[in-house]
Design a protein around this ligand. Structure first.
Ligand SMILES: *[C@@H]1O[C@H](CO)[C@@H](O)[C@H](O)[C@H]1NC(C)=O
Ligand SMILES: *[C@@H]1O[C@H](CO)[C@@H](O)[C@H](O)[C@H]1NC(C)=O
Ligand SMILES: *[C@@H]1O[C@H](CO)[C@@H](O)[C@H](O)[C@H]1NC(C)=O
Ligand SMILES: *[C@@H]1O[C@H](CO)[C@@H](O)[C@H](O)[C@H]1NC(C)=O
Ligand SMILES: *[C@@H]1O[C@H](CO)[C@@H](O)[C@H](O)[C@H]1NC(C)=O
Ligand SMILES: *[C@@H]1O[C@H](CO)[C@@H](O)[C@H](O)[C@H]1NC(C)=O
Ligand SMILES: *[C@@H]1O[C@H](CO)[C@@H](O)[C@H](O)[C@H]1NC(C)=O
Ligand SMILES: *[C@@H]1O[C@H](CO)[C@@H](O)[C@H](O)[C@H]1NC(C)=O
Ligand SMILES: *[C@@H]1O[C@H](CO)[C@@H](O)[C@H](O)[C@H]1NC(C)=O
Length: 487
């Protein structure tokens, strides 16, 4: 229902001006950081070497923070693992960790750096926030001593957490979040339960989670649904996977599907397909960065609404399933065939004509597509696909996906393989699905890994503005609270 939902979106946005807030908008910043990795991660280094490396990375973040503040940014998000990278064991990460207290202790590390032991990284980050009068989110490692007689306490006597901290413009620690959904991170422990971390500012309420957390219900959906946050701060170290899980396409879709701002800061490392940061709103992306050509970091800034959806109960009031069930299914194609995206078995049907109405189903999920191409390139094949089931190798997340995508070649066995370019132009399309949830994330990815500018309404229902298609998905996470997986 990508096109047909827009009247609802428009109605929703019309109410925004009624919101009474101290500040209606603010400038946000995210920094995509090309992290300097340690030379050695398989054997432990000294605490001094660890600090030296982290300081080299913070030197770079410092320049970004200063620049952002000079341009009026009120808050900046830096990426996950930005101080030391990711390839560690429990033992080799240890010299990088600091004990990070609960924000309730009311602490300005910049002014009182020895109050909680040896915490040079926290002191420096706090000073960066204070000296530049800006909220700073950084990701570092927390160590928490535990009683080794306790059965859950690790053998070294410490829990080790992948942690986000936020300092306010006075340098005070105002938020601490321990990542819950670890991917392949043997160096870190999973906290006892998902933490729901928020903080209030004069420019809206903020929530925090990290990378892989975005694919699960808790804490991500709960922060929006029950805590009514306006903006999510999202540090990540995200490896792009086409066609469904490239950073910019999924993160922008999440913001749109959940009706919040999402400030996403990714690591920049081309050799690992890590790039893709952005400032996303329920209305589309404000600014994003995807760069597989250079090795440089990148600062992004944009003005965003403090209360993007105002008093309306998030997520946006679109009932995809109700809409899709009003569509009289188009005749199910006889030519439906089976194919794969990664390891997930899809039912696909080909878009033979220049325009048409198609339905493809898999079990209870039916996907309906109406489309009109301006010019169909003879060497390009598009298919409509449906998938419902457990996703991926570990088969722990339940997904439902409706997708229209370009196959890699004209051989239908290549449908679902990564594709980066397309030249077929779509004059319009409308895609809907009988999803079993209201948490639906509408992804649209155009040729050469570009996002659709602005809302889909502008881009896809307009005859004047044809788009070059690549991948168009509606994707939903049904039971996203299972543990274990990665970006
Ligand atoms: C890694 O080793 C090289 C060569 O010894 C050195 O120049 C470089 O500074 C080291 N990098 C780090 C992060 O320590
Ligand atoms: C912050 O400012 C103080 C005083 O101006 C200075 O001593 C300190 O080095 C600065 N720290 C950082 C991290 O910029
Ligand atoms: C933020 O403000 C709201 C009320 O406006 C309050 O319910 C909530 O507890 C506050 N959150 C924090 C973390 O202070
Ligand atoms: C990066 O992506 C490309 C194309 O999608 C893929 O072939 C390659 O294996 C990926 N590289 C890594 C390190 O995952
Ligand atoms: C959404 O975008 C439209 C135009 O593209 C604009 O008129 C509207 O104010 C935007 N709404 C929000 C909440 O940004
Ligand atoms: C959406 O609509 C369907 C069908 O009308 C209904 O069964 C379902 O309860 C609705 N879902 C929500 C979240 O309102
Ligand atoms: C569609 O998917 C279902 C479930 O995987 C399968 O049983 C059915 O045979 C598929 N249809 C076609 C035409 O491949
Ligand atoms: C698709 O369906 C719509 C109405 O549901 C109809 O107006 C349109 O002509 C159909 N398009 C094609 C190509 O069959
Ligand atoms: C399509 O690719 C498959 C698998 O590579 C191959 O077996 C088949 O012969 C190809 N079909 C055509 C028509 O080229």
């Amino acid at each position: 229902m990508v096109t047909s939902s827009f009247p609802t979106f428009v109605a929703v946005f019309a109410l925004i001006t009624l919101q009474v807030g101290t500040e209606d908008s603010f400038i946000a910043a995210v920094y995509e950081h090309a992290v300097i990795l340690p030379n050695r991660t398989k054997t432990p280094v000294s605490q001094e070497d660890a600090l030296n490396l982290m300081n080299k990375n913070i030197d770079i973040l410092e320049r970004a923070i200063k620049q952002a503040a000079e341009q009026g940014a009120r808050i900046i998000v830096t990426p996950e693992d930005a101080l030391y990278g990711w390839e560690f064991t429990r033992e080799t990460i240890f010299p990088y960790l600091e004990d990070i207290p609960d924000p309730q202790v009311n602490w300005i590390p910049c002014q009182d750096s020895h109050r909680f032991g040896h915490t040079p990284v926290q002191a420096r980050l706090s000073c960066l926030a204070k000296n530049n009068s800006i909220y700073v989110l950084a990701n570092l490692g927390d160590k928490k001593p535990c009683n080794s007689r306790h059965s859950t306490c690790p053998p070294n006597g410490y829990f080790q957490y992948n942690t986000n901290v936020v300092y306010n413009p006075e340098g005070k620690l105002v938020a601490r979040y321990h990542k819950y959904h670890l991917y392949s991170e043997p160096q870190f422990d999973v906290p006892e339960k998902p933490e729901l971390v928020t903080f209030n500012t004069t420019f809206g309420r903020f929530g925090i989670f990290t990378c892989f957390d975005i694919l699960f219900y808790d804490p991500a959906v709960t922060l929006v649904k029950d805590f009514h946050v306006d903006t999510i701060l999202f540090p990540t170290a995200w490896m792009n996977v086409l066609p469904l899980l490239t950073a910019i396409e999924f993160h922008s879709a999440w913001a749109m599907g959940m009706g919040v701002n999402l400030l996403a800061a990714n690591i920049h490392r081309v050799s690992l397909n890590m790039t893709g940061s952005g400032i996303y709103t329920p209305n589309g992306s404000k600014v994003y960065h995807y760069d597989m050509k250079t090795e440089s970091g990148k600062l992004l800034l944009s003005d965003v609404d403090s209360h993007p959806l105002s008093s309306l109960a998030p997520p946006t009031a679109v009932n995809w399933s109700a809409y899709a069930t009003t569509i009289k299914p188009f005749p199910v194609q006889k030519s439906t065939f089976r194919g794969f995206i990664s390891r997930d078995g899809f039912n696909f049907t080909e878009l033979f004509e220049n325009a048409g109405n198609l339905t493809v189903c898999q079990k209870e999920l039916c996907c309906h597509l109406s489309y009109r191409m301006l010019q169909k390139e003879a060497n390009e094949v598009y298919v409509l696909g449906a998938f419902t089931g457990l996703h991926g190798r570990r088969r722990r997340e339940y997904w439902q996906v409706c997708t229209m995508l370009k196959c890699k070649t004209t051989n239908l066995t290549t449908c679902g393989q990564p594709v980066e370019t397309a030249s077929t132009r779509f004059e319009m399309f409308s895609l809907s699905g009988t999803f079993g949830t209201k948490y639906v994330f509408p992804e649209v990815l155009l040729t050469e890994i570009h996002l659709s500018p602005g809302k889909f309404e502008n881009s896809f229902s307009s005859r004047n503005c044809p788009k070059v298609g690549l991948n168009i998905h509606l994707m939903k996470l049904l039971h996203p609270w299972e543990k274990d997986k990665k970006c």
